[in-house]
Design a protein around this ligand. Structure first.
Ligand SMILES: Cc1cc2nc3c(=O)[nH]c(=O)nc-3n(C[C@H](O)[C@H](O)[C@H](O)COP(=O)(O)O)c2cc1C
Length: 174
């Protein structure tokens, strides 16, 4: 019996391009995901993060399997998701590829909390235990149960939308 086949966007050039353009409309808070292994601190900028469950509290993170961070996170039992604020554009750029390895932590105010690199003035810090990991297509999918959640007094998130950094402001709703 033949298996059902999934159509890959790369097999349909128009779909690959329209999918990318559609995703540019998906405004998302920028985070830096961090973990630690024997040879030090690791981190990567990510927007593909969402909450999965309230009870137990859990989130998921999608990481391209081509990223060096993918292997680090695969080997790690814990990770921290640091939600960036509007002053953190440089942090996002550094962890998004402008800086390499541990150099990335020179940008931003980092400390070790619960044995994980934690951005002190982040919008929120979610300390997670890796519960399960799988992959689909280009990305690894990591689900973590949240063991502690910290958040700032004021919400001023760093948002990535249509290839640009923006922040939010409330709409007047009648
Ligand atoms: C705003 C922004 C959002 C990103 N979101 C993701 C994401 O959700 N998942 C992902 O795998 N890469 C994402 N990236 C790309 C990685 O941060 C980038 O490829 C990084 O250099 C990977 O680092 P590494 O190869 O050292 O692990 C994003 C980059 C930026 C600037």
């Amino acid at each position: 019996m033949s298996m059902p086949r999934t159509t890959s966007a790369s097999q349909i050039p128009d779909l690959a391009s329209s999918f990318r353009n559609a995703m540019r409309r998906l405004a998302a808070t920028v985070s830096v995901v961090t973990c630690v292994d024997g040879d030090g601190w690791h981190g990567m900028t990510a927007t593909a993060i969402t909450s999965v469950s309230i009870d137990p509290p859990a989130i998921l993170v999608c990481v391209n399997t081509a990223a060096a961070f993918y292997r680090r996170l695969s080997l790690s039992k814990n990770f921290c998701v640091n939600l960036l604020g509007s002053p953190h554009v440089q942090v996002s750029q550094g962890f998004g590829g402008q800086l390499r390895g541990a150099e990335r932590f020179a940008s931003g105010n980092w400390t070790l909390t619960r044995e994980l690199p934690c951005l002190i003035d982040a919008q929120a810090n979610l300390f997670c235990k890796t519960e399960t990991q799988t992959h689909f297509g280009t990305h690894g999918i990591f689900i973590g149960s949240v063991e502690e959640a910290r958040f700032s007094a004021v919400a001023a998130p760093l948002v990535y939308q249509d290839g640009h950094y923006v922040t939010t402001s409330p709409l007047v709703v009648a």
